[in-house]
Design a protein around this ligand. Structure first.
Ligand code: AKG
Length: 328
């Protein structure tokens, strides 16, 4: 048990580019952009994700949950995130990045439409009522920020996820600690020993499981419609968590989201961009950051899994002009 209590919340939703949405993000550290994809587009993206899974060649069948077990499923990291094995260049991910409201939402935040996209992955939650080990990590075990408080002071990144299945209290989802980005600068004073163990170049800091400071906050799972885009400042404390109840079905995914992050090209450089171009050809996925090149296929558990399991990768994507510009 943890002393951190998560609740489910219906929060305001804004149109992509709406200044009120940007103000909300600045104030609360997160914001929901309504219908960045239409419901039909979200359904199409999910179908493309199933194509990716079925084409891994491991025997996954979207219509048969008995084929979704670990010996066929791609390597997952914390929170059921699938970060690698070509996912960053799957047709699904490139389709989502190419939707105009997704780019517009990021462009309006940065007041800049010359953006680079991350090549990151997705989170797909299998119905854990079928197999307990499919249940993803409880929120308090991985409350984190994705920016080093000393290595990168100030605002640098707004992360995002496009939600593909309408959320519910039973199925759970992303967890935000509203307003927590405002405490970012005090982290070195509040957690000196814990932070000292993290090299300033590592943009990930995890809070203690039973953190007394977090126990005083009100973490929320925001209700999201299929197609909504949830954006958050990398300094905002967040994670994901299974539902607060037990879902009544077990023949479908409990959650499907696409991670997407766009940052101004001006924050990057020629060396990084050269690696990004090669990453498209070599189907290499990354983290959310596009100003540094971080290869998600080098995550330790992905490397370990690749030694004993093989997956067919998706074809090298044929990018249109907009998508190619997002590579750099
Ligand atoms: O699946 C989620 O909503 C959590 C994503 C997350 O923690 C991250 O991308 O840093």
């Amino acid at each position: 048990m943890s002393n951190i209590n998560i609740s489910y919340a219906h929060v305001p939703r804004f149109a992509a580019g709406d200044q009120d949405g940007i103000d909300y993000l600045n104030e609360h550290g997160y914001v929901v952009i309504a219908n960045a994809l239409s419901a039909e587009e979200a359904e199409h993206a999910l179908s493309l994700l199933w194509d990716y899974l079925e084409n891994l060649g491991t025997g996954i069948d979207r219509d048969n949950p008995e084929t979704w077990d670990d010996d066929r499923w791609p390597t997952a990291v914390h929170g059921g995130i699938l970060p690698s094995h070509g996912i960053g260049h799957s047709a699904a991910q490139w389709y989502i990045r190419d939707r105009a409201p997704v780019k517009q939402a990021f462009a309006s935040i940065w007041q800049d439409d010359d953006l680079l996209t991350s090549f990151d992955g997705v989170a797909l939650w299998r119905p854990w009522t079928r197999r307990q080990h499919w249940r993803t990590n409880n929120g308090p075990s991985w409350m984190h920020i994705d920016q080093h408080p000393i290595g990168r002071p100030g605002k640098h990144c707004v992360q995002g996820l496009v939600n593909l299945i309408t959320t519910s209290p039973a199925c759970g989802g992303n967890v935000m600690v509203p307003g927590s980005h405002k405490n970012f600068a005090s982290i070195p004073d509040l957690y000196p020993e814990r932070l000292a163990r993290i090299h300033p170049s590592i943009d990930h800091f995890r809070f203690p499981n039973d953190d007394e400071l977090l126990a005083d906050t009100q973490p929320i799972i925001c209700h999201l419609e299929a197609g909504d885009l949830l954006l958050w400042d990398s300094r905002t404390i967040h994670c994901s968590s299974p539902g607060l109840e037990t879902p009544s079905f077990d023949d479908n995914l409990f959650r499907a989201i696409s991670l997407v992050c766009m940052m101004p090209k001006s924050k990057s450089n020629a060396k990084v961009i050269a690696k990004r171009r090669a990453a498209v050809e070599n189907l290499v996925s990354t983290t959310n950051w596009s100003d540094r090149f971080i290869n998600a296929d080098e995550f330790p558990n992905v490397v370990e899994a690749s030694k004993v399991r093989s997956f067919n990768l998706p074809p090298v994507p044929e990018l249109n002009k907009n998508q190619a510009e997002l590579v750099g």
